[in-house]
Design a protein around this ligand. Structure first.
Ligand SMILES: [Zn+2]
Length: 210
């Protein structure tokens, strides 16, 4: 698990989702969670540097300090039992929508597939405060989307595994960019709810290898 989470962190810079030491990923493990250490560059991460924490964000071993978002990740795990992995980034196109406080409308099939509707905006909250975790949970519980744009901050994504959460973060940035480009060309029209539901259902239940 530590090797997996360390390797998955490499996907964040590889997909252009993070710069310097920003962003983080975590995975639920028995008794707590594993998360990125605070302030360590991505190319210096090792399996040993992943921090084992309880779900209040406190380290359980003598280790590096965990990400400053550890308590937020823990809050999500405590309140969403189906979640096994969480990713946080300030990826630029998605964060531009978050800065505007504007949900990304569901205007393309790939968005209906992955997000099952719009990508919603959550409230502004200060880092380290429980309000940010609560804002993420309350926003995601009202939507199909595994991604939420936290106002004036960035993106949090969830998945049944850390890999699923990484995929959602990559797809969120991809659709944020495409919808931005489309809107620069003119008006965009959201898909109708029936088509969104049919696409989402097919993608979640039929698409890919079984
Ligand atoms: Zn952040």
């Amino acid at each position: 698990m530590v090797e997996d989470l360390c390797a998955l962190h490499a996907e964040l810079p590889r997909n252009g989702l993070v710069v310097w030491t920003s962003g983080n990923a975590s995975a639920r493990v028995p008794g707590g969670m594993l998360i990125k250490p605070s302030g360590v560059p991505y190319d210096e991460l090792t399996p040993e540097s992943m921090v084992l924490c309880d779900l209040d964000g406190a380290p359980l071993t003598d280790s590096l300090a965990p990400s400053s978002d550890a308590a937020t990740h823990g809050f999500i795990y405590q309140h969403m039992p189906e979640v096994g992995g969480i990713v946080h980034t300030h990826s630029p196109y998605a964060t531009a929508w978050a800065v505007r406080g504007e949900p990304i409308p569901c205007v393309m099939t790939a968005m209906a597939d992955e997000f099952g509707g719009e990508i919603p905006v959550g409230p502004f909250a200060l880092i380290g405060d429980e309000a940010i975790g609560r804002g993420i949970v309350e926003t995601l519980e009202g939507h199909n989307s595994p991604a939420v744009l936290m106002r004036a901050h960035g993106v949090f994504t969830i998945g049944s595994t850390a890999k699923d959460a990484i995929k959602a973060a990559v797809m969120c940035e991809d659709v944020a960019r495409t919808v931005h480009l489309a809107r620069a060309l003119g008006d965009v029209v959201p898909l109708d709810p029936e088509s969104i539901e049919a696409l989402h259902d097919r993608y979640q239940n039929v698409y890919g290898q079984r």
